[in-house]
Design a binder for this molecule. Structure first.
Ligand SMILES: Nc1nc2c(ncn2[C@@H]2O[C@H](COP(=O)(O)OP(=O)(O)OP(=O)(O)O)[C@@H](O)[C@H]2O)c(=O)[nH]1
Ligand SMILES: [Mg+2]
Length: 658
């Protein structure tokens, strides 16, 4: 699977990188050159939290292993004005890498990376509450011969648990400076910044090029491990005082959360409540935005003279972007819950819980986190599969990740549900719209499982990969990281509205406005436009699944990204509306009026399955090194989309919803 698994290639890469290193070391002599430092550490010890704190970056931080899967670069200035280029790396337990993300870390810190010289300073980040496990990697990394600094992160937690580290002793035993940090506190990186200004940090010795580190295999590796184990034990005895940890509280919570029946029930109820909240909490906010967009459109319509520019602004820009913008509150509510779950430590437990169920369809619990990330967006989800060491498991996870309901589908679902599902309470307390949304999310999961199960039928080797996963400590989500996470999400969404959706709205407005209708025609002019004609051609293929030409037009730009289809519908319907006051007619009521329920259901099905996202296909191509898998993915997803929409439409029509 990976070229690096081949010893010959490995040697070759090493030779090339050594040449690069030698070339790179000439520049390193420049006293004004920035210091190149890298963060190395176990998964989930807080490297990215520290990286964000020091560089002002907003990389993803979450309370489970394997969040960072690629190298990220950031810059910082110390109080003494020293420039430092900092690398955040995927977490690893050892330099003997098994998965792709661990390989990235190993290659960068050991100089095996083709394009990147090894860092001039290795900042070893450790979780101070799990030093025994964390120090092993530090000792292993010492063999690299790089200048090192040990950072005891999570020192707040360690203090709370009564763990006392004799930093002087530890520093002496390790032969490197030891400092403390708190990755989630505003001033938590102060000691590190000050150290970077110290004399010690200014006199770092360049790494020796002799006797470069090599991955050990076989007997050597085992002996090395045992010896590391012993050294760590000695250090812990001399320098660290750990009181008996009281795990009672966590154990009591786990007894419920990991219970096959109660745990599963809890998971289902949690997810269910989230989708209820997405609809019921968002209502007032959405109405506010909707009203604001409509009044703005009306105001522009009144103050501007009738003409091309007014139509471009009102029917193109405002109708297109406004149609998507109203879904911001729902997206933020969904992410609020995802972020809380991510930071609390609950997610890996859910993975553990679902391992057995996932195993029956041929997936391992390892796939859980990547699949879960795909609820936000399939792109980071597919990247997160790098932490799966078995190529077969990884590929399968990649192939089904886009079936998880990403946040770009939310505007489409919410639009259709809002228009076609009555806003009523069932069973005295459940919001029917939330219930349908929940069903659609479950539908995505079930279809992903079904595809995995079918893939399993074609596999010769049906052996399972065991789930080995660290369960992190439960933690109250920090308000600061929640706020940052939500802000980040809002920015991503607004950037899409102002970028791709705005662009598509303008292009589509043009295509839907020209050429104008022939004289004396009474129907909407859009039918005669370029877009209208394209819509009519496509309608031939899409009519059997109940789509009209307006939907057909919207699906074309919707290939780029799903929510674009909503913006496109906004523009198309604004232009099709006969009244001048198009914005007064909002998209939801408009489609509720003109589409049948069968069409709406069929379109929902389409969005569950169709591969309408260029970025996903691009990332699959990159992660699988070729066109083969993105092509297979495109065809199977289109096939499923058409088939399921067809069945849905026909059944709905048969039941009188046509
Ligand atoms: N209490 C406390 N929590 C922290 C500290 N540093 C990080 N965290 C939390 O620890 C969890 C893991 O942090 P990350 O920065 O994602 O860890 P990482 O080392 O980058 O993990 P990987 O990317 O998986 O290797 C998150 O929930 C953080 O909010 C700290 O100093 N104190
Ligand atoms: Mg990280």
């Amino acid at each position: 699977m990976n070229a690096r698994d081949n010893p010959k290639t490995e040697q070759l890469v090493q030779n090339i990188s050594l040449q690069n290193l030698n070339a790179g070391s000439a520049t390193a002599a420049d006293p004004n050159a920035p210091l190149r430092a890298a963060l190395l550490g176990n998964p989930n010890c807080g490297k990215t939290a520290l990286f964000n704190l020091l560089t002002g970056a907003r990389q993803k931080v979450a309370n489970y292993a394997g969040v960072t899967v690629e190298r990220k670069e950031g810059w910082l200035s110390t109080p003494g004005k020293r420039r430092v280029r900092l690398l955040d790396l995927p977490g690893t337990y050892s330099l003997h890498a098994h998965s792709d993300d661990e390989r990235i870390t190993r290659d960068i810190v050991s100089g095996l990376h083709g394009r990147e010289a090894p860092p001039e300073l290795l900042i070893c980040v450790t979780d101070a509450t799990h030093l025994r496990l964390n120090l092993r990697l530090v000792l292993e990394a010492r063999a690299l011969g790089l200048p090192m600094l040990l950072v005891l992160n999570m020192s707040d937690m360690a203090r709370r648990q009564g763990i006392v580290v004799d930093k002087a002793k530890l520093s002496q035993a390790l032969g490197m400076p030891v400092i403390e940090s708190v990755g989630v506190r505003l001033d938590g990186g102060k000691e590190l910044l000050n150290w970077l200004d110290s004399e010690q940090a200014h006199s770092l010795k360049a790494p020796s090029m002799e006797g470069r580190w090599q991955p050990k295999a076989g007997l050597g590796a085992k002996e090395q491990l045992l010896s590391l184990h012993q050294q760590v034990a000695d250090m812990m005895r001399d320098a660290v005082r750990e009181p008996q940890v009281d795990n009672q509280r966590a154990d009591r919570i786990d007894a419920v959360v990991l219970h096959p029946v109660w745990g599963t029930l809890l998971l289902l109820v949690t997810l269910f409540l989230i989708f209820q909240a997405v609809f019921s909490w968002a209502e007032p906010l959405m109405e506010g935005i909707e009203g604001g967009v409509a009044s703005f459109g009306q105001w522009v319509g009144h103050v501007m003279p009738d003409g091309v520019l007014r139509s471009l602004l009102v029917d193109g820009v405002i109708a297109g972007t406004g149609a998507v913008l109203v879904f911001l509150p729902q997206i933020l509510i969904l992410f609020f819950f995802i972020l809380v779950l991510e930071d609390s430590g609950y997610l890996p437990r859910a993975a553990f819980l679902l391992d057995r169920i996932m195993g029956t369809v041929g997936l391992s619990g390892r796939s859980f986190i990547p699949l879960l990330s795909s609820f936000a967006c399939a792109v980071p989800g597919i990247m997160a599969t790098r932490s799966i060491s078995s190529w077969r498991d990884r590929l399968l996870t990649i192939m089904i990740a886009p079936l998880m309901t990403c946040s770009a589908r939310l505007p489409v679902y919410a639009l259709l549900i809002g228009a076609f599902i009555p806003e009523q309470t069932v069973g005295g307390m459940f919001n029917l719209q939330g219930l349908v949304l929940f069903a659609l999310y479950v539908g995505g999961i079930v279809s992903a499982m079904a595809v995995a199960w079918v893939a399993k039928l074609f596999r010769t080797n049906k052996a399972r990969t065991p789930l080995m996963m660290e369960l992190p400590a439960y933690r109250w989500p920090s308000i600061r990281s929640l706020a940052l996470g939500l802000y980040e999400r809002a920015i991503i969404f607004l950037r899409r509205v102002g970028g791709i959706i705005l662009t598509v709205s303008i292009v589509l407005w043009f295509l839907a406005s020209y050429p104008g209708a022939p004289e004396g025609v009474t129907e909407g002019a859009i039918r005669y436009s370029f877009a209208g004609q394209i819509g009519r051609w496509l309608e031939v293929v899409l009519a059997p699944i109940g789509f009209n030409w307006q939907i057909a037009i919207a699906l074309v730009p919707g290939m780029a990204a799903r929510e674009v289809a909503v913006g496109a519908l906004g523009t198309v319907y604004a232009l099709s509306a006969s009244s001048d006051d198009a914005m007064a007619q909002q998209l939801g009521p408009l489609i509720a009026h003109t589409w049948s329920l069968a069409t709406a259901l069929s379109l929902l099905m389409w969005f569950v399955f169709a591969p309408q996202c260029i970025s996903t296909l691009a990332i699959v191509k990159r992660e699988t090194n070729g066109w083969r898998y993105p092509l297979i993915m495109t065809s199977y997803m289109f096939g499923l989309a058409y088939l399921c929409s067809f069945i849905t439409y026909r059944v709905a029509v048969a039941f009188g919803a046509g």
